[in-house]
Design a protein around this ligand. Structure first.
Ligand code: URA
Length: 203
């Protein structure tokens, strides 16, 4: 095992967590990644935490989430819904490392990695969470279910400490790039989140 912190709950802050994720050997993906992708954005109380499934090819090379076409589409989706971007968001994935070929994470890999996300949420304390795709939705809300059952919101994430956090769910950009017919659904989901955020007490 790599030196340093292995238990996510031992991370006192986000920079300790980023370093621990970079050295993580909790699943076999550690031997396949180019770089772990802990996440990027505003580290204290971002308006939105956006959670995808796993790093894409460009993310793995850069060590940063939502690079390339998926990242551009995500930015366009957030802009179209008039959701804040940049400084007021934090972007991450449930599974922090890419496997060879970009295969889907197994249930064991999700279970091994999800404690990092749980700790991130407790440290970040975002006002809202946007979960992209089924794997992210299930991990953030803590339930099983198809994406179509979970799309929209509000759901809630119960953090390690503090108040439950409202969660919205929609398609992930990488799916929309291959199934553009789903874009209308995603736009509707995000419009729902934007409307709720406008009337929410914290925004
Ligand atoms: N990784 C994901 O999980 N989803 C995307 O849309 C892009 C990269």
């Amino acid at each position: 095992p790599a030196p340093g912190i292995d238990a996510p709950t031992d991370c006192p802050d986000l920079s300790a967590l980023d370093a621990a994720v970079a050295a993580c050997v909790r699943c076999a993906r550690h031997a396949q990644r180019v770089r772990a992708v802990p996440g990027t954005g505003q580290a204290v109380r971002p308006h939105y935490l956006v959670v995808g499934e796993q790093p894409g090819l460009e993310d793995d090379a850069a060590g940063r989430p939502f690079q390339g076409d998926s990242g551009r589409l995500l930015a366009a989706m957030l802009a179209a819904a008039r959701l804040p971007q940049g400084e007021s968001t934090y972007l991450t994935y449930v599974v922090k490392c890419r496997a060879v070929g970009g295969r889907e994470p197994s249930a064991q890999e999700v279970a091994a990695c999800a404690p990092w996300l749980r700790r991130q949420i407790a440290l970040l304390r975002p006002h809202w969470i946007l979960a992209l795709g089924r794997v992210a939705a299930q991990a953030v809300i803590g339930v099983d279910g198809d994406l179509d059952e979970l799309r929209g919101g509000p759901h809630r994430h119960v953090p390690e400490q503090g108040e439950p956090i409202p969660v919205w769910v929609t398609h992930q950009p990488s799916s929309l790039l291959v199934r553009s017919a789903w874009k209308a659904e995603a736009w509707r989901d995000l419009a729902g989140l934007a409307a709720a955020a406008r009337t929410g007490r914290e925004i």
